[in-house]
Design a protein around this ligand. Sequence first.
Ligand code: ADP
Length: 467
Amino acid sequence: VIRPKHIRTHLALWYSAILGGILITVALGVSLFFLHGLREEFDRTLSESFERGARHLEISSTGLFGMRKPEPTPKNPNRDFANEIPIEVFSSSGEHLYQSAAWKNARLSETAPGNFSERFIKSIQSSAGERFRVVTGHHSIGTQDLVVRVAASEERIWHEVWELVSIFLFAIPVALILSGIAGYWMAAKALRPVEIMSRRAQAISAENLNERLPVQNPEDELGALATVINSLLTRVEKSFEELKRFTSDASHELRTPLQALRSVGEVALQSEQSSKYYREVISSMLEETDRMSKLTQSLLSLSRADSGNFKLNRTPTDLNSLVKEVNNLLEPLAEEKKQSLITGPAEEAQVNIDPVVFRQAVMNLVDNAIKYSPRNSQILSQVSRDNGSIIIEVRDQGPGIPLEHREKIFQRFYRVDKSRSRELGGAGLGLAITKWAVESHGGTLELKCDPTGGSVFRICLDESVGI
Ligand code: ADP
């Protein structure tokens, strides 16, 4: 099967094929109806002819059959029905009795009609190929019962039908060609926006992701498609921008400790120093490398999360023990600032989560609380149940987070106070990782503010993760 390359050709062909089918059916119907009508009229005249022919039959004294001549008229003084009406007469036993001159001229067959009761009409062909309608019926002259046949050429009818068919044969192809052209033009016009859209889409690349497809009529199907593609482009552009920002932020974050390492090393190499000095330099270098390794670890976690094929390794876990474990791990840091890590009254919470990922999430929250709260403050971690949810709260007595920063602190590399956060060893990735970790478990992470100051980070898990 040859498939047209363009939809418009396809549509135009279908359009013409369907229209052709309809026109041919209509033409056939009209022709048959016309033939039927003409034939009905013809058969009525034929019956009259039969009556007239039969009425004018006569038998001579010698028993021979003939046709009585009609009254001569001025116009037609020598009128003779024998020449006008093709008529044939049989006896009731089938014996051929008479044939008019017109019948002979028409060269019609003379087989005797079989038995019949009612008058009937049928079509026959003469030996010259001419089509005739023949009416056969009984007729009596005196006591003699006869079978009479009267014929009439129906070539005129066929001629008229053929004329009609020829008009159709000419008109239908012309109509089809015109409709094909009109269909092609209409389809091309309707599909023009697609062409424009595809040309525009081809021109869109990473450099001009802000461009959009033209929407001519947002109400129609093509407009809806363009709108959908445009919103897809908006999403792609947004993630592309995020990715770009992430990459540039990440390289920036890595550059700072690298530069610090380099300058500390360079300064130490400039002159001969005491071993105590070198020891200090090495330990500060180790601190920087430590920060870098933490940062790369965080970047790795996020990029694994972004790749989409990260699979949670869910196991039944007791949340209370998990929180205690985090507190134990971070206890030394809190002790440095004389802070106390406390856990609230424990409510039973067995859940089906990935303990490694989730521990990291809680650890980031408690670590932030330690970093940003003042010395001698308290940090409360609590597991509770509320209305079908399991809640983990980390509450501190720190400065809280100003309103304008609350939405943004979950973004990657976002820090309220950049220099202070860096000083404290943060790169602004902790909350982003926590948010991903919680959301990948189907939960939510919110920041509440304690009326007494301080921040409250609240993880909310659906009870369905429980076991
Ligand atoms: P960082 O590594 O800088 O701590 P995070 O993503 O963990 O990055 O936090 C983002 C920012 O949110 C921090 O820089 C800090 O300004 C703010 N923040 C986070 N937790 C707290 C908290 N408990 N108290 C006050 N500010 C906080």
